[in-house]
Ligand binder design. Sequence first.
Ligand code: MG
Length: 367
Amino acid sequence: MKITAIRAYQVDLPLHEGSYKWSGGKSVNVFDSTVVEIETDEGVTGWGEVCPLGPFYLPAYANGVRAGIIELGPHLIGYDPREIGVLNARMDAALQGHNYVKSGIDMACWDILGKATNQPVCTLLGGRSGDEITLYRAISQESPVDMASKVAEYRAQGYRRFQLKVGGDPDVDIQRIFAVAERLEAGDRLVADANTGWVLHEAMRVARAVKDVDVYIEQPCRTYEECLTVRRHTDRPFVLDENIDSLEMLMRAQRDLAMDVVNIKISKLGGITKARQVRDLCVSLGIGLTIEDSWGGDIVTAAISHLAHSTPEESRFTSTDFNSYVTVSIADGAPQRVNGKMRASSEPGLGITPKMDVLGKPVLEVR
Ligand code: MG
């Protein structure tokens, strides 16, 4: 089997809530997503998706996905997409870094491997663990009162895990955490995700102020060293996200006992293959996992579901159903949230069928 063409489609993904806001005044109203199609000479086609959280979250931006595919694509034509290790080595040899560019291609190759072997991707990634994947709901950054009022709404949708977007004014963030914590019920879990937004003295104040609140603290500061300092001064459970962008960083953080939970975003690490490598190490090392991506629609959500569902249940902390945040559906067969949970498809590959009328014409083609 050989790759004969790589195409990309651009889709706008508006939000049901109008906007998504997080640390430092960052916000997005419409996500710019790229859907990747890999065509083969045997009639099997694979699909992937990459959707950065705007251009100011990680070193990734929507047009960069497309530019990167134009750069990488010619190096992959003629290669067997089922040989995913070989293909990843080829991508790394052709383009240094730019993990997010490679993510959609890698995802599409897993879709092809599943279709070619008649297996769902979660089987190929180790096998399904448990019946369902527990989801969290991100609470966009608003006033403490408005964020607290969201808890009942999201709980009514079945969510029992809430991720507060903090990383703003530390005094207001302390109020946000207390206001939301008051609304929690037994069994709920609360994460305060600062998304690198606090400088060290601010993070230290917040961690101290919420020391008696049952809350996880996620990625308080920009640098790893700052986060490690906060970690060593709080006994709240601790999540690292933005800093864990490679296997090397995971190994370093594990040696330092720098976190209890790692947030794995598929595109941050460069695709399902590399995310799986980090996932498997975390499982072996006893580190909890949030398994998700930066953002996305139905195809990213499907990929998350396969990686999450094939992760041992006891290692899973939570995941995200991004396709329920956005107003546009780009594929049939993607997981749908039921009572705050989702499951990976049992169909071959990712189990999705793109809606070509929504994707429109490709914005680029490499052949
Ligand atoms: Mg995070």
